[in-house]
Design a binder for this molecule. Structure first.
Ligand code: NG6
Ligand code: CA
Length: 505
């Protein structure tokens, strides 16, 4: 249905019809959520070892933030917070979800998709989900309707992978049903027991034709498309995704959604699988980065961004669309497969100038790329303001002029002026969630003590955990090398107090 929402008090006198429609229709919002793409993985953030021209163009026409944070250093908690405005650490069940996890955001919880839906938008989630589906872990009806699903938390349309590329089930789920499933070949999924007779990466390494897991890194259970994964599955042969087509499937469904809704306001959460493992670029990107699969999927990601922007331009709705481009957590080079990412890295620094990476309480864990583009509305340029993805919900409510209750927005704050590049300060603090909780005011950063291990050998990550309190002067020591906790006890006390206040509410 074609509806044009004329905002109160505005008229289009003298404007051509198409332009009038663009100026008076509520603006569309697209989130491009990358997976494991680090601050240094995009050329606009200064690493000239990789070329990502489409992202660069988006950044040039918008606001590029240099101190923006995901809430957590892994996907499930980070995405939970992004979509709900609640800190993931308020719950104990927001850790990295298995592929058969029950839906973590319960239907009664308010989400950013509810916000847009209630405001009359068409809403969609396309791509990586990783927040569970169905009522209870392991109880999903993979051969019927998986319920509750994304429709129950505000998304009219969904086309998703349940968890990650390296977790079963390796199928697309569209509006709660596995796509392409044949009734005589039902699908079974388990994270407890292997299915008798099904070969595993561990028992049949000779069947691993595409890539093998890194030594001791797991990923040696069900084999799908010559790659072993986490978890067990059998059946559903016709429904299995092809790894090299994952990104094209996401892009095609995303662009179709945009096209279908070009005349009505829409909210699209487009979550790419790039650059998560296993990294299998489409053949047309193979060899394009000179860095092997990890670099090639960055080029693929850049192409994706280009496709979105070109489509908006072609449909004449670019000016009326706000795009947020970001990533769910920091980068990791070896995350479990022998894809030569470490050997071929060369001078490229996915983590930029920061210490740590995905999984870490050091900055590279959550300091992520963050670009806001809304032609004619934002103050173009680079912003050093302190920004957190937790604010997406309240900021979008501000954008739509929708009042939220305290419980709905909980930890999320209205930051529209900052996201538009006009307020240069941003938040007073950001809280970072990895092995330990950390808090930064942009100048100083405090990491609370933790007895968890300090170093993850498998991924070669400094996790930032220490039994001692840590305090870094980020303004002078961006690499978090000098722990000043003992020299500045007052600063430690201040930051701890703010953190404690958040923990108490
Ligand atoms: C870890 C996996 C890693 C990746 C991660 C989730 C092992 C040893 N490592 O447990 O490969 O899948 O979970 O990544 O299994 S995330 O970006 O979705 O959070
Ligand atoms: Ca991730």
């Amino acid at each position: 249905m074609r509806t044009i929402n004329i905002l109160a008090g505005l008229t289009c006198a003298g404007l051509p019809v198409a332009l009038c429609a663009q100026q008076t229709q509520k603006p569309n919002v697209i989130v491009i959520m990358a997976d494991d793409i680090g601050y240094g993985d995009l050329s606009c953030y200064g690493e000239k070892t990789i070329q990502t021209p489409n992202v660069e163009r988006l950044a040039k026409g918008g606001v590029r933030f240099t101190d923006a944070h995901a809430v957590a250093a892994t996907s499930t908690p980070s995405r939970y917070s992004f979509l709900t405005g609640h800190y993931s650490w308020r719950r104990t069940d927001t850790g990295i979800a298995p592929g058969d996890a029950g839906m973590i955001i319960r239907p009664e919880q308010y989400t950013v998709a509810d916000l847009f839906k209630d405001a009359g938008y068409a809403t969609a989630a396309i791509g990586k989900w990783h927040l569970g589906m169905g009522d209870k872990t392991g109880q999903q009806n993979w051969n019927g309707l998986i319920s509750p699903g994304l429709k129950d938390i505000g998304f009219d349309y969904s086309y998703i992978m349940a968890a990650t590329g390296d977790r079963v089930p390796c199928v697309w789920v569209e509006n709660g049903r596995v796509v392409g499933l044949e009734s005589d070949d039902p699908i079974f999924v388990s994270y407890k027991e292997p299915f008798p007779g099904e070969p595993l990466g561990k028992t049949h390494p000779e069947l691993l034709t595409v890539m093998k897991p890194s030594p001791n890194h797991g990923h040696d259970q069900a084999i799908v498309n010559g790659i072993s994964r986490i978890g067990y599955m059998k059946g559903g042969k016709k429904a299995l995704w092809k790894d090299e087509n994952i990104n094209d499937s996401i892009v095609t469904h995303g662009l179709d959604f945009i096209e279908q809704h070009k005349d009505t306001p829409f909210f699209l959460y487009l979550a790419t699988n790039d650059a998560h493992v296993p990294r299998v670029p489409h053949p047309r990107f193979v060899g394009k980065s000179g860095m092997g699969p990890r670099g090639d999927v960055l080029v693929e990601f850049d192409w994706t961004v280009g496709q979105v922007v070109e489509t908006l331009e072609r449909l004449g709705i670019r000016e009326n669309t706000l795009i947020v481009l970001t990533s769910d957590n920091g980068p990791v080079v070896d995350d479990g497969y022998q894809d030569r990412a470490v050997d071929l890295l060369g001078k490229h620094r996915p983590w930029g100038p920061f210490r740590g990476g995905k999984y870490s309480s050091f900055e590279a864990g959550t300091r992520i790329p963050f670009i806001v583009s809304y032609p004619g509305k934002v103050k173009k340029g680079i912003s050093k303001a302190l920004v957190s993805q937790i604010d997406f919900l309240a900021t979008m409510a501000e954008f739509l002029s929708v009042p939220l209750t305290e419980e709905q927005k909980k930890d999320s704050r209205e930051q529209l002026q900052t996201w538009y590049g006009k307020d240069k300060k941003g938040r007073d603090y950001v809280i970072e969630h990895a092995g330990s909780l950390a808090i930064s005011d942009g100048t100083w950063k405090y990491i609370s003590p933790s007895k968890k291990k300090a170093y993850e050998k498998l991924t070669n990550t400094e996790l930032g955990n220490s039994p001692e309190e840590q305090l870094y002067l980020l303004k002078k020591d961006i690499g978090e090398k000098r722990n000043l906790a003992k020299e500045y006890p007052e600063k430690v006390k201040d930051l701890k107090q703010v953190l404690a206040k958040h923990l108490a509410c």
